[in-house]
Design a protein. Sequence first.
Lengths: 322, 316
Amino acid sequence: MVGWAIAVHGGAGVDPNLPAERQEQAKQLLTRCLNLGIAALRSSVPAIDVVELVVRELETDPFFNSGRGSALTENGTVEMEASIMDGPGRRCGAVSGLTTVKNPVSLARLVMDKSPHSYLAFSGAENFAKQMGVDRVDNDYFITQDNVEMLKLAKEAGSIVFDYRIPKVCGTGVQSPIHMNGLPISIYAPETVGCVVVDNEGRCAAATSTGGLLNKRMGRIGDSPLIGAGTYACDVCGVSCTGEGEAIIRGTLAREVAAVMEYKGLQLQEAVDFVIKERLDDGKAGLIAVSKTGEVAYGFNCVGMFRGCATENGFMEVGIWG
Amino acid sequence: MGWAIALHGGAGDIAVNIPAERREPREAALRRILQIGVSALNAKCSPLDVVELVACELENCPHFNAGKGSVLTTNGTVEMEACIMDGNSKRCGAVSGVTTVVNPISLARQVMEKTPHIYLAFDGAESFARQQGLKTEDPSHFITPENIERLKQAKEANRVQQDYTQPIKPQVDPDGDSKLGTVGCVAVDGLGNLAAATSTGGLVNKMAGRIGDTPIVGAGTYANKLCAVSATGRGEAIMRDTVAREVAAVMEYKGLGLKEAATYVVHEVAPKGTTGVVAVSATGEIAMPFNTLGMFRASATEEGFMEVAIWSSESE
């Protein structure tokens, strides 16, 4: 028996000028989700079920970029993706290109449990959703006014960036604004929500869900549904990543945490620190992780990551900044 | 050190008594396409160009499960996916759900080089292909009679399994079962630059929208400064084992050589009957282990070594 541990995130790459009320809202949501997970863990709900129920809550709340409240594609629609992985046995499920499924993480779970495959996308995934009878809604349900505004700003910023080609290093000492994934941080929608859990039996699980990159091209798939990149869980740990998708994919970030624990014998926090420091090159990202021995850890190399974590011995922390 | 190249046309339960008319065209194709890769390396083409070129040839060849000759989804359609990765920069490109693009691997390369993204799928990938002016054909172009037959057999087998609820005995398909197929190529030049490419029609009778390991960086395809890897076999297993990345990780973190690392991953990590891999290292080594009955494969080095094979040889 180990002490359980849980961590949640609402995305890495936060505008340093985020208004105080928004910061407060974020922390309250993270706290509420943590408490949901904690209540389940206290009732001995297995890790795989806990990560699903916590991510469902994050998807349903419109604050973060997943489910309702997802960032919009270049066409002003929502296209969602998610993945889930169960440490013992390393079973996994993933979905991409969802437009009507209320809770993408639950469809990913069904792919894992009820289909012969591990990853379904676009109309194939939507058909599977119909067959499974999951809650489905019009695409409008997911669209919030905030995100409509953000898309407008992103399109304007896009044209500015291309026309002016602001150099990163300027002789006059003018600082170029912080960018994440090609967007100024003030309009970047931190991608992804996620949850990692280790239960009393030492079983790890991880789940990640997102609407993806703001103003993305239709059909663009990021790191969140990719096993080994955005999500990974095995005997040793559970990991969920967020940030610049390209960097996370090239760095096979989630798998990397487990690999350095297994092959280099690093402890969880050392592994997280190592991966963030050494495996991101120029990319900006963050991740949360738990280990089978009841540890929890997180790390990020960008401005802020919405996160919260808690362990059975009473530790609890919710934060945004470094 | 000279260049080295390895390519595969799929791992699977390829019966040793496969009829000559099934075996010979594939062996001949592997030999011909290997030579194309060899000539390109001799002409000092970059490994990235070489793996793309070779993968295109394998896609165009109707005998392998990629491009034309792809296996069919449960709806009788073709949905292709591919992935390419450059070892030095670790830049990559991937596509899924491609239905009209003649060379999915080239589309993957365009995603890598012409977009800020890594992975485009389905309608988004198709419309990007049109924007880029890539060659497209009617979806029927990719469908071959052999694959219509394979789909029929697969559906029949499913029906039998469901009716009789007996333990499923792996049937050795005398056709050279391309249920576990894919094509791929890895190459390294004399300076240690590495690249990998993989392309496939996926799993026969797959659900529409099913994505396998091929386009998942770290699962079916991977390249960094140490090695380049392309995997083939049961996609769901390769994905959960992050096979391609694992070979590189074991080299990096355990200090194993390429052959040891690839053998370890295929024979100790991956479940039997699911996985084959071709890999080259920055120092010009080649490894092609598989835990299925066979794997269509070919390899060559600048020193003049050349091999085309299907089943095990002493070196494995």
